[in-house]
Write a new protein. Sequence first.
Length: 289
Amino acid sequence: MKHKGWKYYGKKTGFYFVLFIILIYLLFPFYWTVNSSLKSEAQLQMTPTTFVPRDPHTGAVSPTFNNYRVVFQNKQFVLGLFNSTIVAASTTMLALVTGSFAAFALGKLKFRGRKPALYIILAMTMFPQVTVLAGLYAVINALNLSARISMILSYMIFTLPFTTWVMTSFFKGLPTALMESAKVDGATPFQTFYKILLPLTAPALVTTGLLAFIASWNEYLFALTFTSIDPTARTVPVAIAYFTGAVARQEPFGEIMAAAVVVTVPIVLLVLFFQKRIVAGLTAGAVKG
């Protein structure tokens, strides 16, 4: 009995140790970003580096918010926040609306070619962005679209297939009896989709919508390409890449870290606000009955 107890506590200790290592691995980069954003230029150049902002002369803890002040005084960064919000929100809404309709058809309606369509949608997510960039840029130029519209349409390339694929599995899991009952009551297929089935997929909508928003918010390659001739349309990742120091010949490391914190905070708040919906969406269908 004693040996069994030691074995149990040994496993439990090992589990918490591994969990602690994973937490450190995941959280340390964000902590270091915050730590660096609170340091002045002189503090960033201290050797050895410090785990908290310290005065170079006295060693006392001395954080500064000057980097954040400089970041919010940067008009390109503030405009980038606005552009990213517009582009990411528009992309997410379009992906959810279009993906929900497609997922309803693929998950609940019977028609020829349904299974090949699903595999084609899945295959679309496997192409690297750089492989379609040149052709896509040529099409955008031919259509003479604005940079923001170009980004929204191009982001749909990777958000729409993912949204459709994930939502299809949720629609498949809904009881067919719901559709049959609605049909008996005289509801049209659209009314069945909009009033009965779609509200039941709310956890899936939140989960896929949040992931689509994060992907659009963080996207860099398409944004850099399509805004090359229109600097006013730059999103946050591109605006950060074009950061220059507040002083001549300065490497704006502290400002970049402060901007990274500012950009990350909205995503963290969204995850915390929708965490119950996200967990429900991720675990829906895991248990049957």
